[in-house]
Design a protein around this ligand. Structure first.
Ligand SMILES: NC(=O)c1ccc[n+]([C@@H]2O[C@H](COP(=O)([O-])OP(=O)(O)OC[C@H]3O[C@@H](n4cnc5c(N)ncnc54)[C@H](OP(=O)(O)O)[C@@H]3O)[C@@H](O)[C@H]2O)c1
Length: 233
């Protein structure tokens, strides 16, 4: 990994320092895209990732208190549960779901050392809620849609202040639209993937667009690692 920006005369890259979140509540997203903006290859993000991206994925998890993920990503990518890494208690996974169409026997709920969270809505089906309550903390954060600020307050009240949103694009769209995103870690792979998949941020257009400030650019084997922070008016 080498640093391209900012240029300050040193090549030294201390990833833990570069990505350390500030104290207090902080919401970060981590995504990988192809150079033409695809967020998936053949339905998953794995084909976009290199080893440095996978290492950064794990580092960002280790710096977070909780991993926030949309139910479609959890289902399609057969999300694993939280497992210890480097002797540290892993951050729990918090899945956002309206339908509660989540299998309580999935790895996410069974192969984990930390009880996951399910952030849902009051109108969610009762039978699924009952089943998931046996394997997860199931919490309402809205009537028909999870209200992102409410969900973040629920997590913060449990001491889960450093939130790492791992997508997908629809959940990120809701996080951005709510004005809740602080920091975007974006890996740009040297690949063209084509297709008509979702952009990084799905949902309604953001008018005016949300301004970001480029904090740094790193590079490894042609993949660019950008960290951008949200500029608030
Ligand atoms: N390139 C990358 O870095 C990256 C990262 C993540 C994901 N992905 C890819 O992105 C695809 C999935 O992304 P996606 O955008 O389609 O889906 P997503 O954001 O992962 O999940 C959408 C689902 O999350 C729930 N949800 C999201 N916001 C909600 C809200 N405000 N209230 C209630 N429920 C809410 C709903 O679940 P229910 O349907 O259960 O109600 C909704 O259908 C996958 O193919 C995955 O591989 C790529």
């Amino acid at each position: 990994m080498r640093r391209l920006l900012p240029v300050d005369g040193t090549d030294e890259v201390d990833l833990a320092a570069l990505y350390a979140p500030p104290p207090g509540r902080h919401v970060r997203a981590n995504f990988v895209v192809s150079t033409d903006g695809a967020t998936t290859v053949d339905g998953a993000s794995a084909g976009l990732s290199n080893q440095a991206d996978r290492d950064l994925f794990h580092l960002l998890r280790s710096l977070s208190d909780v991993v926030l993920v949309g139910a479609t990503t959890a289902r399609r990518e057969n999300y694993g549960g939280a497992r210890p890494s480097g002797g540290r208690v892993p951050p729990p996974i918090a899945v956002v779901s309206r339908s509660l169409d989540l299998d309580p026997a999935a790895r996410l709920f069974t192969d984990t050392t930390v009880r996951p969270w399910v952030l849902t809505v009051a109108s969610a089906p009762g039978d699924r809620r009952t089943a998931l309550s046996r394997v997860a903390h199931v919490v309402d954060a809205g009537e028909h849609s999870v209200d992102i600020p409410t969900a973040l307050s629920v997590l913060a009240a449990e001491g889960l202040e450093h939130v790492l949103c791992e997508g997908g694009p629809h959940l990120l769209g809701d996080v951005v639209a709510a004005g809740s995103l602080d920091d975007l870690c974006l890996s740009v792979a040297p690949l063209l993937a084509g297709g008509a998949g979702d952009r990084l941020v799905a949902g309604l257009p953001l008018v005016p667009p949300v301004p970001l400030r480029l904090e740094h650019v790193l590079e490894d084997e042609g993949t660019l690692f950008l960290r951008l922070s949200t500029v608030r008016g």
